[in-house]
Design a protein around this ligand. Sequence first.
Ligand code: PHE
Length: 347
Amino acid sequence: QLRSFEAALPDVADEPGLYELQVRFLGKNGAVTKLRRLMGKVPPSERKELGKAFNRVKQAMETHLATRAGELAAAARERDLARRVDLTFIPDPPRPGTLHPITQTRRELERVFRRLGFDVADGPHVEAELYSFDKLNILPDHPARDMQDTFFIERPTHLDHADAPALVLRPHTSPVQARTMLQHGAPVRIVAPGTTFRRDDDATHSPMFHQIEGLYVDRNVTMADLKATLYAFVEAFFGRGLGVRFRPSYFPFVEPGAEFDMQCPFCFDGQLSHGCGLCKQSGWIELGGSGMVHPAVFEHCGIDSSVYTGWAFGFGIDRMAMLRHGIPHLRHNFEGDLRVLEQFTSP
Ligand code: PHE
């Protein structure tokens, strides 16, 4: 056994091989261990000699194993030291993240409106019904108050109803109008971009989306100022003088009220006369709502409507980002797919 063990030893190339050899001879069912079981069959007078011989073999094997283990470890260390390291190798730098296209668009909008003289205001996402509706002249029976449109927050049961303000996820950025007028009075000129929520979910509507609100209140402010501001905005944001038009419309917090459109940046000049999916060949793209601040809103917000007039607008940022960057589907805005996001390096 010792000889066949010694013969096998040089072929062992690594630690697992060594372990295998050890098990083969000295393990529970190893060849040497099995021999030991024969002891009982040997006459008692010879047992002592056999036992000694057995131990000698076993010890010899164990010594061999230890020596070989040392050799293997030394060889491994040698190999490790001899390994060449290319000190000039420059690994790929970690890739920094980029701002989401909607964040980029929001910041770009803020930049453009700041240049036009607007401050940037902000408001909470979980908003009181008071600011979302009441202060804005949205009466209790208005459809926006319907559970179909707005996410209502359950009132905490441990609070008396009188103490717990009724809360919603704001369905538009217009509550910032009320907050700003109540806090700062007039004159005021702000935009308020931010996240908004509605109970919509289809190919062109997400339950979470983004709007930017505009509010300008001062003496002698007119609808002409609104249109001029929208022209200036579109030109600054899209880099060319696209047309803007009003269509009469109704919102409880403005009078008169209008929706506004801009000329389609892709096909208004006939470059793409057929098949523009964005404006459905109409040449115009709907942006949002606007109008002159309703006197009732001024009254709710502590501003004297015999002195001041003002206008407000609100439009979606998500579609603005799509128009600006040619993003073909709303879902790309919200899926967080890196193949999409990687295409938007931060400016
Ligand atoms: N808040 C309105 C909406 O979400 C838009 C709007 C804002 C209309 C300001 C008029 C004035 O549809």
